[in-house]
Design a protein around this ligand. Sequence first.
Ligand SMILES: Nc1nc2c(ncn2[C@@H]2O[C@H](COP(=O)(O)OP(=O)(O)OP(=O)(O)O)[C@@H](O)[C@H]2O)c(=O)[nH]1
Ligand SMILES: [Mg+2]
Length: 366
Amino acid sequence: MNRKIFKAKNIQQAIANIKEELGSDAMILSTRKIPKKPLDPYAKQMFEVEAATPQYKDVKSNSNLNHGDLVESLKDDIADIKDMISIAGFGNGMRNMVCNHFESVGILAALLRAGISEAKASDIIQKASCLMDENVEQGTKIKSLKKYVMHQCLNQIATKDFFNRNNRSGVPNVAAFVGPTGVGKTTTIAKLAARLSFQKKMKVALISVDNYRVGAFEQLKAYASIMGLLCVPAFSSQDLSCALDRMKSMDMVLIDTAGHSHFDKPKIDEILQLIKTDFRISAHLVLSVTSESIIMKDAASAFSVFNPDTIVFTKIDETKRCGKILDQIGDIQLPVSLVANGQRVPEDLIVPDKKQLLKIILGKGQ
Ligand SMILES: Nc1nc2c(ncn2[C@@H]2O[C@H](COP(=O)(O)OP(=O)(O)OP(=O)(O)O)[C@@H](O)[C@H]2O)c(=O)[nH]1
Ligand SMILES: [Mg+2]
C-alpha cells in the first residue's frame, strides 16, 4: 500500500489534494487536527489526512490471505464507509465532532441511526470523550469510548416500576392514563390490568371517564369482561368519587381518559376537572414513538397540566428509531413506567429497567 500524509486548512481541501495526487481510488486511513502552536497567536488551524492507494493485485495474488478474514475485513470497511456516509448527511457540527473525536464515528453513526437527535448524540459523545483517559491506547479507544457512551446514556434514563404496589391500609393506587388521541391508552390499560391481576395477583378495577368518543367505554368494558374485572363509567368528578369510594378494597384502579389533540386546551382542562377528586390520582402520560419528536414534545407540554408521575411509550414495534425516547426523557424529565410493543393484549407490554430501556432506545431490545 502506498501511504502518504496530506496537510491542509480543512478536511475538504485535503481530500481534494489526495484525489488529485493519488486518484479517486485513494483510501483515507486517518484524519487528525494538528494542534496549534501555543506561543504563535497567528497560527492557523491545520488538518492532517493519511491516505493510501490500494494495490489490488497484492490482494488477489496473496495465497496466504484467509478468505474468511478478507470477508470480515471487507465487512468492517463497508460498515465504516456506511458510518461516514450517514454522518456526512448531517451538518457541520457533526463533521467537526468526527474530526475532533475520530474514534467516535461508528458510535455516533449508531446513535443517529437509532433515531437519537443530532444534538443529543453529539452531547453524549462529547461528555463521554471528556471522561476518557487521554493516554488510552489507540486500539482500545473505541471500546473505552463505547463504555462511557453507555454510561452517559444510562445516566440520562430513569425508569419506575410504578404499578407494582399493593393496597396500603384501605388506599388503592389510582392511576389515570392521559395523552393524545389513538396513542394506545385503553389498550395499555387492558394489558396492565391483565398483568397485575393475573401475574401479580392484585385486585384491579377499571373506570372510564372517556365520555367523548362513541364506544370508548364499551372498548374498555370488553377487555374487563374477558378478564372478569370490575369496570364502570364515570361522567363527572362526583361519579368518579363515588366509584373510587366503592373500590377502596382494590389494590389498583386504572382510569381511562379520552384522547384529545394537544392543541385542544379546553378539552384537556375538562379531563383535568373530571379527575379532580379527594382521592390521590397519579397521572401517566402516554406517547406513541411513531409521532414526530416535536409533536411528542408539544403533547408532553400540553399534558403537563396533569403533573404526570411517569411516561408510557407505545408502538415501539412500529419504528426502528426508538432513539427519540432518549430525547423525550431528557426534555420531559420523567421516569418511564411502561413500554408497549404491539397490539396483542396482554402480551405486548414491557416494564423496563434502565438497561432494558437503553436496549430499546438503541434498537436492540424488542
Ligand atoms: N402496533 C401497535 N399498536 C398499538 C399499540 N398500542 C396500541 N395500539 C393500537 O393503537 C390503536 C389505538 O389504541 P387505543 O388503545 O384505542 O388508543 P387510545 O389512546 O385509547 O385512543 P383514544 O381513546 O381514541 O384516544 C389500536 O388499534 C391499538 O391496537 C402498540 O404498542 N403497538
Ligand atoms: Mg381510548
